[in-house]
Design a protein around this ligand. Structure first.
Ligand code: NAI
Ligand code: MG
Length: 373
């Protein structure tokens, strides 16, 4: 069968790493008798330049890109942004607007951040190796509700709840969730856990917050639909501690927007390198897969960027949009094998790495394809 993939190279190292993702996809397709038709579309600075050249309207997300994304089976994005588009006057369109717009237009309400420790890289982390052995967790973050999307207000001359009677400026952010918003995210987390190690840790602050008390009730009601999954609750302050004290205990963590923002950044530092982390944003339709890092303008065009985060975003796409779990497992095993054999890009090389094992972007892509067999 055929899958249509909307590829968005974007800016900086984007075109270099997405080329490797396509190489890997072609190899996966050959093994599984599937054809991936990848079509490049413009986003970010590249789109700003192209639409400017065409005489406008200037856009970081042209309609043609959005239409192609909607008509595809999945969207694979590299990264956007760079110094070229930051020093312009106020009101100028910025590359990052393209990203925000596509997330919004595709209705992506859930963000996934897998954090997996590749055993070959354990020594390169600043945390104790014995803590990192076996770390393989998935953070599921609600992305369109909660504190970030409630009312944000300022008032003058009111007395705050925690005040001492003084009247002055007052600010209020509102955390709101509907049962439905919680349900769809927790259900997704339970489904993911049932294909993993069967454990969901639902993170909240139910000792203080009403939204968290509802979150907890809904989480258990949804969890009851999945007899093969165990649901455990954890307060967010404890979870942030457990993530560094004993990260291997976690399988799937599910949480609301703000907690998820903070915990996923914390967790991403467990494994060390930005060049190794992928993420996915999902909704009810087409999903978006991307590396967690940016466009790395400092190394763009030099052929030394690490393509692994982008390749791991392909793994997520195979698993969560295309239902190709076996191919996803093979791809993850191929990356593990390449690292076990000592192959590195410069960003993940250390003093123990043999000089002849340090590869450029394209050679690393070739190694992964070779390891796929
Ligand atoms: P960055 O993630 O692009 O780079 C941070 C550092 O990590 C740099 O030294 C870079 O060389 C290195 N790095 C990143 N990815 C790498 C890879 N695959 N291989 C080897 N080294 C890698 O973050 P920075 O420098 O803060 O932002 C650069 C541009 O990217 C900015 O315009 C920013 O707005 C944009 N950005 C875009 C994102 C996206 O498209 N989702 C996310 C974050 C930043
Ligand atoms: Mg963040």
């Amino acid at each position: 069968r055929t899958y249509r993939i909307c590829t968005l190279p974007g800016d900086g190292i984007g075109p270099e790493i997405i080329a490797e993702a396509k190489k890997v996809l072609a190899a996966v397709g050959a093994r599984h008798d599937v054809e991936f038709v990848c079509t490049d579309q413009l986003i970010g600075g590249a789109a700003i330049d192209a639409t400017t050249e065409a005489g406008g309207p200037v856009s970081a997300l042209p309609d043609t890109t959005l239409e192609a994304a909607r008509a595809s089976d999945a969207v694979l994005l590299a990264a956007v942004g760079g110094p070229k588009w930051t020093n312009t006057n106020a009101g100028a369109i910025r590359p990052e607007q393209g990203l925000l717009a596509i997330r919004k237009e595709l209705g992506l309400y859930l963000n996934l951040r897998p954090v997996r420790m590749f055993r070959a890289l354990v020594g390169a982390s600043s945390l104790k190796p014995e803590l990192l052995e076996g770390v393989d967790l998935l953070i599921v973050r609600e992305l369109t509700g909660g504190l970030y999307f409630g009312a944000h207000e300022r008032e003058w001359g009111v007395e705050g709840a925690g005040g001492n009677g003084a009247r002055g400026e007052f600010a209020r952010d509102t955390m709101e969730y509907s049962e439905y918003e919680v349900e769809r995210v927790v259900r997704w987390a339970c489904q993911a856990a049932s294909r993993r190690r069967g454990r969901v840790c639902s993170v909240d602050k139910a000792n203080v917050l009403e939204t968290s008390r509802m979150w907890r009730e809904v989480a258990h009601a949804v969890g009851a639909e999945f007899p093969e999954v165990t649901i455990e609750d954890m307060y967010v302050d404890n979870a942030s501690m457990q993530l560094v004290a004993n990260p291997a205990q976690f399988d799937v963590l599910v949480t609301e927007n703000t907690f998820g923002d903070i915990l996923s950044d914390e967790a991403s530092m467990l494994t060390g390198s930005l060049g190794m982390l992928a993420s996915a944003s999902l909704g009810d339709g087409v999903a978006l897969y991307e590396p967690s890092h940016g466009s790395a303008p400092d190394i763009a065009g030099r052929g030394i960027a690490n393509p692994i985060a982008q390749v791991l975003s392909v793994e997520l796409m195979l698993r969560y949009s295309l239902g190709m779990d076996e191919a996803a497992d093979e791809l993850s095993a191929a990356v593990t094998r390449v690292l076990d054999e000592g192959w590195r890009t410069v960003d993940i090389a250390d003093e123990l790495t043999a000089a002849d094992r340090v590869l450029g972007t394209s050679a690393m892509g070739d190694k992964i394809v070779e390891a796929l067999g």
